[in-house]
Design a protein around this ligand. Structure first.
Ligand SMILES: [Zn+2]
Ligand SMILES: [Zn+2]
Length: 251
């Protein structure tokens, strides 16, 4: 089992670290996305070393305008918020299958890539996708800027966080579908980041509010004088009432 990673480009952190958009047009696009999704403006799903760490997402920025694979080195980790997504090989392969279908690449393209240096040279630093990838949903992305819901996302198109959420659904199935379905139509990068952070706590058996675990609840004992118990999975009794609702003042 090797871990996949989920990288979220943090506009505010990157800006503070000296990053600047390439030109005015790019700045306008990023600023527009940031308005509704701050501080995250882009997400990339990075497969494990089993797939040579190739990334999958959808973007307008490198000219691909669709779901695509790309070998990205993430030379500025300080620009990104990173979450490790623990997957079994079996789960990762299911995400891989989904990514290949979205980018219209054959399932075994990576094997040819890994074994053929000419092929590899051709694709390094390039977007990798076939003839009929899932196209980028410009309208769907732009409609997130306004809260008026004038436009609707196209179910047959995609953008970064929507693509990445599809991979998570493919990998984890029923485990995440219910959580994600609520936000599926809108799936902004920041929303997806929060959702994934929450899911990771649940998978680790931690309280989604205070982070205490079955074996380490010292912080709850310190506050209330006795250990908590689980009122619902990943919801402890210090933070949540019997119905699973967050207690007042339990922010
Ligand atoms: Zn708690
Ligand atoms: Zn506790």
């Amino acid at each position: 089992m090797m871990d996949c990673k989920q990288h979220f480009f943090n506009y505010d952190k990157a800006w503070a670290a000296g990053w600047r958009p390439d030109d005015y047009k790019q700045w306008l696009l990023y600023w527009t996305i940031r308005r509704r999704s701050k501080p995250h403006i882009h997400t990339e799903w990075k497969f494990s070393q089993r797939y040579d760490g190739v990334s999958n997402s959808a973007t307008l920025q490198d000219g691909s305008k669709c779901n695509r694979f790309k070998f990205i080195s993430f030379t500025h980790p300080e620009y990104w918020d990173t979450l490790i997504v623990p997957l079994t090989d079996f789960e990762e392969d299911k995400a891989w299958k989904k990514a290949c279908s979205m980018s219209d690449m054959a399932l075994d393209w990576f094997i040819h890539w890994a074994n053929n240096s000419r092929y590899r040279k051709l694709f390094t630093n390039d977007s990798i996708y076939g003839a009929n990838p899932v196209p980028y949903d410009t309208v769907g992305q732009v409609c997130h800027v306004s809260s008026l819901n004038l436009w609707k996302p196209d179910p047959d198109k995609t953008w970064c966080s929507k693509s990445n959420a599809e991979l998570l659904i493919a990998a984890k199935g029923d485990d995440v579908v219910e959580e994600i379905t609520k936000y599926r139509a809108e799936m902004k990068p920041t929303q997806y980041f929060k959702l994934l952070s929450r899911l990771l706590l649940i998978w680790q058996g931690k309280c989604i509010n205070c982070g205490c675990t079955e074996s380490d609840c010292g912080q709850c004992v310190a506050v209330q004088g006795h250990p908590c118990h689980w009122v619902k999975p990943s919801k402890c009794s210090r933070c949540f009432d019997g119905n699973g609702h967050l207690k007042k003042g339990g922010e």
